[in-house]
Ligand binder design. Structure first.
Ligand SMILES: Nc1ncnc2c1ncn2[C@@H]1O[C@H](COP(=O)(O)OP(=O)(O)OP(=O)(O)O)[C@@H](O)[C@H]1O
Ligand SMILES: [Mg+2]
Length: 257
């Protein structure tokens, strides 16, 4: 079945607010547009997305590992949550590259699996680990767009500069239509250093033909507190600056459509 917009949240940099932003997107879209159907897909052996969306789920559950190695049909791996449907993560995802070695068509296995979804989703979001792996390539091949997430840091800048190198073969061989939706800055401190880095990263992303989202998400302790309680930031602390910022970002993201 043809699906709605498929977005991979990505920066080739650890701790680059990918998972936090994905959580804010699904909880935020649910809040603003409760009728919308969403599927969140965890692609990280660290299981951070699962820890928030589906706390307590035992490890070694059905995940992208079983889907991409033909052990299970994608529809059987979906868990129905209040906020969205969800394909959770297993720590065994860390060994997937090795397991896939003997399989053919390694890059478009997720794309083919998504074509087999029985339900229609308005939005599908994919979370990734920082390393470039076969899951990264599968996600980029299956997606309509990449949403780059970044802190205002020098190391985020080097991560963003690595993006064209990974995208080049994907655009050439597996997904010529892949777009960069834009870069969203989060965990931002109000310092001159942050301001300068945001300007440099923005200019770089613009040179790739994309943009920076206007809303920047400020640093605030409630983000980690909400994750510690396995909660949506909007429910945990609706008045926190990050709640307001993330909601403004979600509106901006939805306006792109
Ligand atoms: N606005 C914010 N204020 C304070 N802390 C934040 C904010 N945004 C994210 N963080 C914290 O930054 C840390 C890294 O974020 P996150 O785990 O989302 O990054 P990631 O890119 O998914 O990391 P990984 O590459 O390991 O998957 C988390 O502990 C998160 O709570
Ligand atoms: Mg993460």
């Amino acid at each position: 079945m043809k699906q709605g917009k498929i977005t991979t949240l990505w920066i080739p940099k650890g701790g680059g607010i990918k998972t936090t932003t994905l959580q804010a997107l699904v909880y935020g879209i649910k809040k603003l547009k409760p009728e919308v159907k969403m599927l969140a897909i965890g692609g990280d052996y660290q299981r951070n997305l699962t820890d928030t969306l589906c706390p307590g789920l035992p490890d070694f559950c059905m995940s992208l590992r079983e889907i991409l190695t033909d052990k299970v049909n994608i529809n059987e791996a979906i868990i129905k949550l209040e906020v969205c449907d969800f394909i959770p993560e297993s720590s065994l995802l860390s060994g997937l590259d090795l397991e896939l070695q003997s399989f053919l068509h390694k890059e478009d296995r997720l794309k083919e699996a998504l074509d087999e979804l029985e339900e229609y989703y308005d939005y599908i979001f994919i979370d990734l680990a920082p390393a470039t792996s076969s899951i990264t390539i599968n996600a980029l091949t299956a997606s309509d767009q990449v949403l780059i997430t970044a802190r205002a840091s020098r190391y985020a800048e080097t991560g963003v500069q690595f993006i064209p190198e990974v995208l080049k073969p994907v655009l050439k061989y597996t997904n010529p239509n892949l777009k960069i939706a834009g870069v969203v800055f989060g965990d931002v401190a109000r310092t001159n250093l942050a301001k300068g880095l945001i300007q440099r990263i923005t200019e770089y992303v613009e040179s790739l033909g994309s943009k920076a989202y206007k809303t920047q998400i400020r640093h605030t302790v409630e983000v980690e507190e909400a994750q510690d309680c396995h909660m949506s930031i909007y429910d945990y602390s609706p008045d926190a600056t990050a709640s307001q910022d993330y909601l403004a970002f979600v509106k901006e993201f939805l306006e792109d459509e």
